[in-house]
Design a protein around this ligand. Structure first.
Ligand code: PNS
Length: 158
């Protein structure tokens, strides 16, 4: 059974993230969605809040499991017998950043990283922009899934 881990900050989850999760769910036997810690970013939602939002969004997908992970991504992948890391990129800027992470992770552990190209409808969506828009009181419907829009908006616009 082939299992992949789709890791990210998901601060908050967006329509782009959800699209990748649904596409991955139909491609792989089992998809772990891992809420990790990016040391370069200060998160607004706690890891537990992000897990709760993602679980709510993926209840219909029986082969998806949402988890938190701490420490190195490759250690979590190895400990859980996961076959590959799954990521996505929206632009050449993302790709440049992804190349070094994928190479670093492969060098550390032999684990491969696979990519799904972001759907063009969602290429402009970034969690950082979503947070900024909400801070200025704008609704988030075009950017985050409707099931969590109210929760995310209330939390970010405070
Ligand atoms: O959505 P993001 O912020 O691009 O997600 C980044 C994340 C959390 C996947 C990445 O920072 C990560 O894997 N962190 C765990 C620590 C780690 O393994 N760092 C080395 C990556 S080469």
């Amino acid at each position: 059974m082939k299992q992949v881990l789709f890791p990210g900050s998901f601060d908050p989850p967006t329509l782009g993230h959800l699209d990748i999760i649904f596409r991955a769910s139909s491609l792989f036997d089992f998809v772990w969605v891992g809420v990790g810690i990016n040391s370069e970013k200060k998160a607004l939602f706690t890891q537990e809040e992000r897990v709760a939002l993602l679980k709510h969004l993926t209840t219909s997908l029986s082969n998806v499991k949402v988890v938190t992970f701490h420490g190195l991504l490759v250690d979590f992948v190895k400990e859980n017998g996961i076959d590959a890391i799954l990521k996505s990129f929206r632009s050449s800027e993302d790709l440049n950043h992804e190349l070094s992470q994928a190479q670093m992770n492969r060098q550390l552990s032999g684990i491969e990283t696979l990519y799904l190209v972001a759907d063009e409808k969602y290429r402009f969506i970034r969690s950082s922009l979503v947070r900024e828009i909400a801070r200025h009181g704008k609704r988030l419907n075009p950017f985050v899934p409707s099931e969590i829009e109210e929760t995310v908006f209330q939390r970010l616009s405070k």
